[in-house]
Design a binder for this molecule. Structure first.
Ligand code: 1GP
Length: 236
């Protein structure tokens, strides 16, 4: 494991789901190490196993991708060694608290002797799409603007988390809410993921958050996804 460098400078990341089939076109594009992709995240909500996670990491390397690759852990039994590090989601607005604390405690107990904390980033998740797979699984509650601002303070000031992830998975988010979070935070790194399909949306989100994550578009419209990555204006 080589670690993952200066993650606070990441502007754009691609998230790939081990339970879905990536097209050859996307594999080739990622394998060309486009300089706009700062990291690849492997993770998903349903059907995640050790085997499909391992295979996806392997196929990305085989395609030529040499950049940072992280696993976002959603299942304690699917943690693979062939990545550079791990993202640990803690779903702040989960109705089922096992997604906030209990799964993490179980993982720490199981792996305490081998965890390298240098290679781990905790993410406070704010799940804003209750109808998404992650929203349903974690029984996440509805998030108002006021809630979002309060969760931002909770994540940054009370919990001291390094990252707040605004998760709209599958739909393009409410930009008023994203702006409110952006204006509320002081230094917590903001990740955003959800429904980005075109460059206008990508640029808009990127003007509010530090790191934008593209997911579904790689599967639903590979050409658009590749174009999005290529034409991304990093503004840095
Ligand atoms: C999903 O936040 C990511 O966890 C990306 O969202 O799949 O909607 O792009 P989309």
């Amino acid at each position: 494991m080589k670690g993952f460098g200066n993650w606070r400078e990441w502007r754009l990341a691609a998230k790939f789901d081990p339970d879905r089939q990536l097209s050859e076109k996307v594999l080739v594009a990622i394998g060309h190490n486009n300089k706009n992709i700062d990291a690849v995240i492997i993770g998903g909500t349903e059907g995640i196993s050790f085997n499909n996670t391992w295979q996806l990491a392997k196929s990305l390397r085989k395609a030529g991708y040499t950049g940072v690759m992280l696993q976002e852990i959603s299942s304690i039994d699917a943690i693979v060694p062939n990545v550079d590090g791990y993202l640990i989601p803690m779903v702040l607005n989960a109705g089922d608290k096992k997604w906030l604390i209990e799964n993490q405690i179980a993982a720490i107990k199981k792996y305490s002797s081998i965890i390298n904390w240098q290679n781990i980033i905790a993410e406070g998740y704010l799940v804003c799409n209750q109808e998404s797979a992650v929203g349903r699984l974690t029984e996440s509650g509805k998030v108002t603007m006021e809630d979002a601002a309060a969760y931002t303070c909770l994540a940054e000031k009370l919990l001291g988390l390094p990252v707040l992830y605004i998760e709209y998975s599958g739909i393009y988010g409410d930009m008023d809410l994203v702006r409110r979070v952006s204006q509320t935070r002081k230094k917590i790194q903001l990740f955003y993921g959800g429904g980005i399909k075109n460059i206008e949306q990508l640029d808009e989100v990127a003007s509010y958050v530090d790191t934008v994550i593209l997911g579904n578009v790689f599967y639903e419209d590979p050409d658009a996804a590749i174009l999005l990555v290529e034409s991304f204006n990093r503004l840095d």
